[in-house]
Design a protein around this ligand. Structure first.
Ligand SMILES: NC(=O)c1ccc[n+]([C@@H]2O[C@H](COP(=O)([O-])OP(=O)(O)OC[C@H]3O[C@@H](n4cnc5c(N)ncnc54)[C@H](OP(=O)(O)O)[C@@H]3O)[C@@H](O)[C@H]2O)c1
Length: 327
C-alpha cells in the first residue's frame, strides 16, 4: 500500500511517499481502507520530535482518518466490512498513523460515521472537535450558565470550542483578529474582542467583572499573569498549546482564590474519554453543527508539502483533506 511515512524524526524533508507492506490486524483490530486523512499541528510535532512518543520506523504519519471497514474479525464487535468509520488517535503511542491507503485500528478507537455526513468535511473536524469537547467538559468542567473565555477563537480548535461551549449554555467571550469577529459571533460567541487591543486584559475584566470560570488559549501565548487575573474564584485555566512557552505563574492570586491551571493533551485521553468525545462529535456532525471554515484537497503524496505549509503558518483558516485515491 502507499503511505506517507518517515524513517527518522526530522524536517518535512524526512517524509517519504511510497510503498509499505499492508498492515495486519490483530484479533481485536479493524482493517480500514482510508477515504481521507488530514494534517493537524500535532502531526508536525510527532514528525519533528517536539512531542516525544513511541514511533516504530518506518512510521506512518497522521492522527485522523475517515474510511471504510475492509476486514473486521469477530473480536472487533460492532464493525462489519463496508461500514463507514473514523478514528482520531492513530500515529502516536506506538500506533502507526492514518496517512496510508490502509490502517489498522483497535476496535475501541474506531467509531461509525453518522449516515449522510460528508467524510471529507468530517475528517477535518475530528481532532479539533474532540479536543474542544475534552478541554471544555472533562478538564475544564464547564457547566451551563458559566462564563468561558476562548482566546484564539477563530482557529480550528477555537471555533470548535466556541461552538461546543455555546451549545452547552455557557456565556462565551472570545478573542480573535478583528476581521474574524463576525465569524466567531456566528459560531456562538456572545462577545468578541480584538486580541491586538493594547488593554485587552482591562477590556476583558470590564466584560466579566466577576471573572471567568474557564480560560482557554489556543494561540499558545499562555500569559498566565493575565489569565489567572481574569479567573473567578475556583476558575480554571486549561493549557493546551504553546509547548515551548515558559510563563511566570502568579502563585498568590492562584491559590488564595482556589483557582487552577490544568494541562491537557488529547494524546493522553483514555479510550473511554475518546469514545465519549466521539459520541458528542458524532451528534454535532449528524446535526450539521460543525463545519470547517475552508478546505483544500490534495493527494496523499502531498503530505510533506502540507507539513511545510503548516509550519510556515500558511494554512490560516484552511483545513487540508488528503486523499489516497487522488494522484
Ligand atoms: N492539547 C491538545 O490536545 C491540542 C489538540 C489540538 C490542537 N492543539 C494546539 O492548539 C493550537 C491551535 O491549533 P489550531 O489548529 O486551532 O490553530 P489555528 O487554527 O492556527 O488557530 C490559532 C488561532 O490563534 C489566533 N491567535 C494568534 N495569536 C493570538 C493572540 N495573541 N490572542 C488570541 N488569538 C491569537 C490566530 O489568529 P490569527 O491567525 O488572526 O493571528 C488563530 O485564529 C496549536 O498549538 C495546536 O498544537 C492542542
Amino acid at each position: 500500500m502507499r503511505a506517507a511515512y518517515i524513517h527518522e524524526l526530522g524536517t518535512p524533508d524526512a517524509i517519504r511517499y511510497g510503498e509499505l507492506p499492508a498492515p495486519r490486524p490483530g484479533p481485536t483490530d479493524v482493517l480500514v481502507d482510508t477515504t481521507a486523512t488530514t494534517v493537524n499541528p500535532v502531526d508536525t510535532y510527532v514528525r519533528s520530535g517536539l512531542y516525544r512518543t513511541p514511533v516504530p520506523f518506518p512510521f506512518v504519519l497522521g492522527r485522523d482518518l475517515v474510511g471504510t471497514v475492509a476486514e473486521a474479525p469477530p473480536g472487533a464487535a460492532g464493525f462489519r466490512a463496508g461500514d463507514r468509520v473514523w478514528c482520531n488517535s492513530l500515529g502516536h503511542g506506538g500506533r502507526q498513523g492514518a496517512a496510508a491507503e490502509q490502517a489498522v485500528v483497535a476496535a475501541d478507537r474506531l467509531y461509525h460515521l453518522p449516515a449522510g455526513v460528508d467524510p471529507y468535511q468530517a475528517v477535518t473536524l475530528l481532532h479539533p472537535a474532540a479536543t474542544a469537547y475534552l478541554a471544555l467538559f472533562a478538564h475544564g468542567r464547564l457547566g451551563p450558565g458559566q462564563t468561558v473565555l476562548i482566546a484564539g477563537a477563530a482557529g480550528n480548535v477555537g471555533a470548535a470550542l466556541v461552538t461546543l461551549a455555546a451549545r452547552a449554555g455557557a456565556r462565551v467571550l472570545a478573542t480573535a483578529s478583528a476581521r474574524d469577529a463576525a465569524y466567531c459571533a456566528e459560531l456562538g460567541a456572545g462577545e468578541v474582542f480584538d486580541y491586538r487591543d493594547p488593554d485587552l486584559a482591562g477590556t476583558l475584566r470590564g466584560a466579566a467583572p466577576e471573572g471567568v470560570d474557564l480560560h482557554l488559549d489556543t494561540s499558545g501565548g499562555n500569559d498566565l499573569q493575565a489569565a489567572v487575573g481574569l479567573l473567578a474564584p475556583r476558575g480554571r485555566a486549561v493549557l493546551l498549546s504553546g509547548a515551548r512557552t515558559r510563563p511566570v505563574l502568579p502563585v498568590g492570586p492562584l491559590y488564595t482564590h482556589d483557582r487552577a491551571v490544568i494541562g491537557f493533551a488529547l494524546s493522553n485521553a483514555t479510550t473511554d474519554e475518546l469514545a465519549r468525545a466521539a459520541r458528542a462529535v458524532n451528534d454535532l456532525l449528524a446535526r450539521g453543527a460543525l463545519r470547517p471554515r475552508a478546505t483544500e484537497t490534495f493527494p496523499l503524496s502531498a503530505t510533506a508539502g502540507i507539513h511545510t505549509r503548516m509550519e510556515r503558518g500558511e494554512l490560516r483558516g484552511i483545513r487540508v483533506v488528503l486523499r489516497p485515491d487522488l494522484s
